[in-house]
Design a protein around this ligand. Sequence first.
Ligand code: BGC
Length: 452
Amino acid sequence: MAEATLYFPADFLWGTATSSHQVEGQNQNNDWWAWEAQEGKILEGHRSGRACDWWDNAEADHDRAAQMGTNAHRLSLEWSRIEPEPSVFSGEALARYREILQAMHQRGIEPIVTLHHFTNPLWLTEKGDFDSDIVVDYFRRYTAKVVSTLGDLVDKWVTINEPMIYVLKRYLENAFPPPAARGWSAAGRALQHLLRCHAAAYHTIKDVYPAAQVGVAKNMAVLEARPGGNTLDKWWAGQLSFLFNDWWMLALRDGYLRWPLAGGHMQNLARTSDFVGINYYARYYTRFLRTYEQEWPAGATVGDGNYGEVYPYGLYRVIRHALRYEQPIYITENGVPDMEDKLRPAFLLAHLRELWRTVNFNWPVMGYFHWSLVDNFEWEHGWTQRFGLIAMNPETGERRLRRSGQLYSEICNSGSISSDMVARYAPQLMSNLFPGSTGDLVPAGTPISSAS
Ligand code: BGC
């Protein structure tokens, strides 16, 4: 066995990630709450309910995060709490967020704050939210309020979480609360409004805090033709990958919207990103003219509820791809639904081994935020998919550190992954991650298999 320790830079951010609606509880004034109340929308009729009780006691989980040794956390603000009615801002809600952010700093946890993570105030939805121009000005004013009251506590901002996933699930699938209109042209309009909201927020933040770092959390997936696919499959995979992974990022870089048939400039959009935030989860195989495939290699390791293929080498691939944007990179989300914690220890080690390779090429990867700190409300899948390093019973709120949480704690505290950790937590990966005297080097990209 080769014994080795793979160190990350001393100032690397070791974090976890959550979003407001998924953890706060009782977010009764947004479109998701209303959607959950309708029959058949959420798996098994689950509701977010009290979620993880963060509105009343986020501090308890930040204590756990600090104990674990993390030094950063990505969370989001709930617009419907901050602006419960149009142009009426809640001093109480802002004060509570101040308290939470201060509590994080006191624990040595740097906050990265997301402004929009899938939820809208109900009043905004009634006005058409991203279908309508009005959203841009409302988002600018919401951002201005947030920045003027909380900006001294935040150095890094995410304007919009996963714009492509948001548009896909809301406008093209039926999985998210309904917009005013669905379909491709509504999706295109929503994308433009999301871009304009992003640009407005970027400039609003930078006007007050020029040194703040502002970006988006962009879901990046490995999309490729299924093996044996023909030339059309391959061409299509390239198109999809461009649209899903690059279209938005390129628009932020040069302000140019590369629509399939025509393009166009958007004002104030060029150079509105200071870092690339990557949410990476899985690889998908595609086929010609299919837009969203849930297909993966036979025998692949897959998260609970057929979430997608666990494909650690994909993390390396999406980072290598993101180098073209010539900006610092944060892994703003990465995780797996795994109630029994059978996959997560190996998942962590295999993904972080890929991350370590990128850091050692001197690629500018600055931090890693595991999704998630604690089991939380997984949107249309309710409580059926558990992503937490900490397990939580949604009925009782009782928590338990998973084995993977223990492992992540060792990783954060040492700033490294080691052969010793692999031996203890995922011995099946030893010859892959630490090839040595056994000589049976497994090529990078080999799917992980669950612990025997
Ligand atoms: C979202 C999270 C979600 C996670 C796991 C990401 O797409 O940003 O809100 O819980 O994936 O599915």
